[in-house]
Design a protein around this ligand. Structure first.
Ligand code: BJ8
Length: 422
């Protein structure tokens, strides 16, 4: 642990405040994960990463920087990892998922901003997250208003590049995003000092697609009514995929998928027989936000699927691997990323179609539409989503919640009653 402290100090972190964060995590992790029964053995890898979440991967990133590589921090699944990887850069997720960072964020932002934004700003400002100290370039995007304005504030303290995401999905918007990816590629080449070629981009597209295929295999296993893995474990795997090396991520996910397929064959479940199956849709759950999964899965249900950016949106749709020119590859990347159905786009009927399709294929009994507090775009499309999903035959419970545990008992009562009536 001593060398970790030295590393955090060298990153300019507030080690004392960071100790307070570290002291909370083992209890939270033990309560949510280690209390589960009959977990897949392969989860040992993600347990190990989570136990040293601010140590192991940051140390790898620092070593890579010493060898000349650059680290890019992203806040959104619209940022094309492929361009960064092609130039020998490394991508790491930067979204804050802990209530610990919210008060620091509130020193810079109004209280009625979503907790993900407040925690992300707070993690940087409070100097208590190594990933926010290590990144050579933060990559923002013009999705929701809160993020756009938060990036202006972050830019005063950290090197930041903002990608201009379209608001609609017409062909001209897809072309615009391809253009924006081209501009981003110029910036990535400038930062890394490496040239982007159609060859290295083709390799990066393949690596990123392989990671998507591996994540998809794990989710495929979750479609089985055997429920070979809990939703909490699947969420942990997903959250860590945003930080991990993509090749290792694919390898570990494929190993987990092998085990889950064996468990399905043998009828080995991670949850008690008769557990109701739930699909959660909504805003992302950044690590260590495990609140809702824990409540659902201690109320007699299992989360079978997440229609969110920390879920199906991160791996559905592959990038076309057959393009041989940079222009063709930028178009292919744009086409894939623009299939992501985020509420920041209008119209966003594709998300409703996705929820109904996933509710059917994952054989769920009910849907929970879970949005972070003060997230206007997701809140505004909730009534239409509820109506359509109910018409398709699935009961829906809508929830708005933040990171604090203050409403946990109230949520437990509502979710318990919902599960009871399924
Ligand atoms: S593609 S969901 S990762 S923007 S919850 S910060 S929308 S106020 S996170 Fe997102 Fe990209 Fe969309 Fe996905 Fe704003 Fe809402 Fe907060 Fe949000």
């Amino acid at each position: 642990m001593a060398d970790r402290v030295g590393m955090w100090k060298s990153l300019g972190m507030d080690v004392k405040a960071h100790d307070a964060l570290c002291s909370m995590l083992p209890t939270a992790f033990g309560d949510v994960f280690l209390s589960q029964r009959n977990r897949p053995e392969s989860m040992a890898f993600w347990d190990m990463v989570a136990a040293d979440i601010h140590g192991m991967r940051p140390a790898e990133l620092i070593e890579a920087q010493a060898n000349g590589q650059k680290v890019f921090g992203a806040f959104c699944v619209y940022v094309p990892d492929e361009v960064i990887l092609a130039c020998d850069g490394i991508v790491t997720g930067l979204c804050g998922g802990s209530q610990f960072w919210v008060p620091a964020g509130e020193q810079m932002l109004p209280a009625d901003v979503c907790p993900l934004i407040k925690a992300s700003v707070g993690a940087r400002i409070s100097r208590t997250c190594p990933f926010f100290r290590i990144a050579d370039l933060f990559v923002g995007e013009t999705t929701c208003d809160g993020k756009k304005k938060a990036y202006e504030i972050l830019a005063k303290d950290a090197p930041l590049y903002v990608m201009d995401t379209p608001q609609m999905k017409r062909q001209k918007d897809i072309d615009k995003w391809a253009d924006e990816i081209r501009d981003f590629a110029d910036e990535v080449q400038r930062v890394t000092g490496n040239q982007l070629t159609s060859e290295n981009l083709a390799k990066a597209i393949k690596v990123t697609n392989d990671r998507r295929r591996a994540l998809a295999r794990v989710f495929e296993a979750r479609k089985s009514r055997v429920a070979p893995i809990s939703g909490a474990d699947a969420l942990l795997m997903m959250q860590i995929s945003f930080f991990d090396d993509p090749v290792r991520c694919a390898e570990m996910c494929n190993r987990l998928a092998d085990e889950l397929e064996r468990r399905i064959e043998q009828g080995v479940s991670a949850v008690p027989a008769g557990s109701k199956r739930i699909l959660i849709t909504g805003t992302p759950m950044a690590i260590p936000n495990w609140k809702l999964h824990h409540i659902v899965e201690t109320c007699g249900a299992v989360v079978a699927c997440e229609e969110m950016c920390t879920g199906t949106r991160s791996f559905e749709n592959l990038v076309d691997e057959t393009q041989t020119t940079l222009e063709g590859q930028f178009q292919a990347l744009s086409q894939r990323y623009m299939k992501n159905n985020c509420a920041c786009f209008t119209p966003n009927g594709g998300r409703i179609d996705d929820v109904i399709r996933l509710a059917r294929t994952y054989q769920v009994d009910g849907v929970i539409n879970a949005n972070l507090t003060f997230c206007t775009t997701y809140k505004l499309e909730a009534p239409a989503l509820e109506r359509a999903v109910e018409e398709a035959g699935f009961p829906v419970l809508s929830i708005e919640t933040g990171y604090s545990d203050g409403d946990s008992e109230q949520l437990r009562t509502r979710i318990g009653a919902f599960v009871e009536m399924l």
